[in-house]
Ligand binder design. Structure first.
Ligand SMILES: [Zn+2]
Ligand SMILES: [Zn+2]
Length: 261
């Protein structure tokens, strides 16, 4: 894989290598572009803290350390700095204002929880509740219209029985809205590798019918995941069999794919 925009760092408490190790691993693997998109902080009300994301006070060190590596390795690889973030309506604007002070280039929309996270459904937890499926799709469509996104990470993260007809109907709404906004969708290689409920075939058949643009994302929490040729080949097999359209290379710039629309 030459380009990966989905890479984490230990600031989210569940990634195992430093940004330098990821950069050196990517160069060794012959990659051309490495984008960091660690789990964004969120500034919640009260003293709630979610453990799978960096704290707001870590953003400065996150950005500066990646920019330092970008300069240090500029002859070997193109490095970019972004974040993976949820869209939580109650807190999104506050977060965007906070992030304005940092030279971030992009955001991936990765909706790990619904509503505003606190007390809400975790997207990866199995559910047969059709109301949750609808709510997930509604929230994603609202996210497309409120925020600027480079692409949607694991758009099929909501763990609902994906062979049911209503799954396709709902996911078609998501795919159509993403297409209208020109936001590509990610086939998540970590999910494929660990046989999660995503990426799932019915979702990608729907995306193929709608004609969405597609990106492969490693979702690297360990440096060795940057090189997974069988998994990458499996994902490319889906792309070929379903006739999915790969997104063109991204043009990045500070603030261009992050913040409020
Ligand atoms: Zn994610
Ligand atoms: Zn991720």
């Amino acid at each position: 894989m030459e380009r990966n925009y989905h890479t984490h760092t230990p600031r989210c408490n569940h990634a195992f290598n430093t940004e330098r190790e990821f950069v050196e691993g990517a160069i060794e693997a012959g990659m051309k572009v490495l984008g960091f998109s660690d789990h964004s902080p969120y500034i919640f009300d009260g003293d709630y803290y979610s453990t799978f994301r960096m704290r707001p006070e870590m953003v400065e060190d996150y950005v500066t350390s990646i920019l330092r590596l970008k300069e240090e390795y500029k002859r070997d690889i193109e490095i970019h700095v972004g974040l993976e973030m949820e869209y939580y309506p109650k807190y999104f604007e506050r977060l965007c204002r906070f992030l304005e002070d940092f030279p971030l280039e992009y955001a991936l929309l990765g909706q790990h929880c619904m509503e505003n996270e606190i007390g809400a459904h975790y997207s990866g937890t199995y559910t047969e509740d059709f109301g949750l499926l609808q709510m997930f799709v509604d929230q994603m469509i609202e996210a497309f219209s409120v925020g600027k996104w480079l692409y949607v990470a694991h758009p099929d993260i909501l763990n609902y029985p994906y062979n049911r007809p209503e799954y396709r109907t709902e996911m078609r709404r998501l795919c159509v809205a993403a297409k209208e906004r020109g936001i590509p969708l990610e086939i998540n290689l970590l999910g494929l590798k660990t046989r999660r409920s995503y990426p799932n075939r019915p979702f990608w058949e729907t995306a193929a019918e709608v004609g969405n643009e597609v990106v492969l994302g490693v979702d690297a929490h360990k440096v060795e995941w940057l090189v997974m040729p069988e998994i990458e080949e499996e994902a490319m097999g889906w792309v070929r069999e379903l006739g999915l359209k790969m997104a063109p290379d991204f043009e990045l710039g500070v603030g261009r794919h992050i913040g409020l629309r």
